[in-house]
Each structure stands twice: as C-alpha cells, then as structure tokens.
Design a protein around this ligand. Structure first.
Ligand SMILES: [Zn+2]
Ligand SMILES: [Zn+2]
Length: 190
C-alpha cells in the first residue's frame, strides 16, 4: 500500500505534468498498472474445509521409500467438488471463487496427479496452496470425536468428553486467522 500511496503522490505532482507534456506518458502507464497488480494480494481460492486424511500410499510399502506427489489443497478440493459431489465446472468454480476456465485447468492437473499416484507406486500428500477455509474441523485426541465448525469460531474443549486435547485441522495447515480475515473481506464485497 505504501508503494501505491507514493505512486499516487508521484502522479499528482508537477513531475507528472512535465512528463505528460514531454510525451513520456506512455512509458509510465504500463509500469503503474504493473505496480498495482503486484502489490494487490493474490486472490485466495476457497477450500470448504481441511481434509481429514492427508497422506496416501500403496499398501505394504514404507512411505519413506516412496517418491512423493504433492496435491495442493485447491487441487484436492477440485476433486471433491467435481468428482465426489459431481458438480459442473461452473458450479465448482463458483464454490472456490475462481473462474470456470481456471477450474477446468485445475481439475486436469489434479486428475493427472491422482493417475500418477495410482500407476506409478508413489505416495500422495495433500499440502499447501493459495487458499482459505470456510469451515474448520476439530478432532478430539482423547475420544476421537470430530467437530465441524465455522472458520470464524474457535473451540477449546470437547463437548463429548470435556478434553482440551483438540487437534485443529485448519491450524495444521497454518490457517485460521487468515481465513477469518479473508471471510470478512469476502462478505464485505457481497
Ligand atoms: Zn472428546
Ligand atoms: Zn487462511
């Protein structure tokens, strides 16, 4: 934002008029556009909730000896929406807050990785990606109960057994506060 403010000051001062009159305008417009798009945060994709399982491998082989395929959280969500729930690319794209063509490219990539996983004897790990969650899952490490709650809420104790030994699945991907902020930003725009 500082960059933008400086740029605005720059464009509103006398130098701007000078450059404009000197026919150098055309040189500065593209660089202004470039700066704007660079300083704007990337549009984060929406993944509804964190996966309950994140590591997959062929049976009977130690995971350490296998080459790893990394499926990003958005690719994983693409499979859930299009293949598990049977949504059209249009519907799935809306769910994730991306364009239909972006979704179509995403799903091709995801399926390719899964095909490689099936046929090349590798392990598959769900990890990373430029995303935010809408819902979180808390798992009680003592009684095993799973709780699905809105990402804006927090949970400290298991309502089934009273334990405070809870696993925060969105937290294990480094998410939580960022998703809450993204959620509010998103609601503001609606
Ligand atoms: Zn419990
Ligand atoms: Zn987040």
């Amino acid at each position: 934002m500082l960059k933008l403010r400086l740029l605005d000051q720059f464009f509103s001062n006398k130098l701007y008029n000078f450059l404009h009159n000197a026919h150098m305008f055309i040189i500065f417009i593209p660089s202004k556009q470039k700066l704007v798009s660079m300083s704007r945060p990337k549009n984060n994709r929406i993944v509804y909730e964190p996966p309950s399982y994140t590591e997959f491998k062929p049976a009977g082989v130690s995971i350490k000896s296998l080459e790893e395929i990394q499926l990003t959280l958005d690719e994983f969500e693409g499979i859930r929406l299009a293949d598990l729930l049977g949504m059209s690319h249009e519907e799935a794209a809306n769910e994730m807050g991306i364009s239909r063509s972006t979704f179509s490219r995403l799903i091709v990539k995801s399926r390719k990785k899964i095909a490689n996983f099936f046929f090349q004897g590798k392990s598959l790990v769900v990890t990373g990606g430029n995303i935010h969650f809408r819902q979180n899952i808390f798992k009680c490490a003592d009684c095993g109960h799973m709780f699905r709650i809105d990402i804006r809420n927090k949970m400290a104790t298991c309502s089934e057994c009273g334990s405070n030994n809870l696993l925060n699945l969105a937290g294990s991907f480094g998410h939580g506060e960022c998703c809450r902020v993204a959620y509010l930003d998103y609601k503001d725009k609606e």
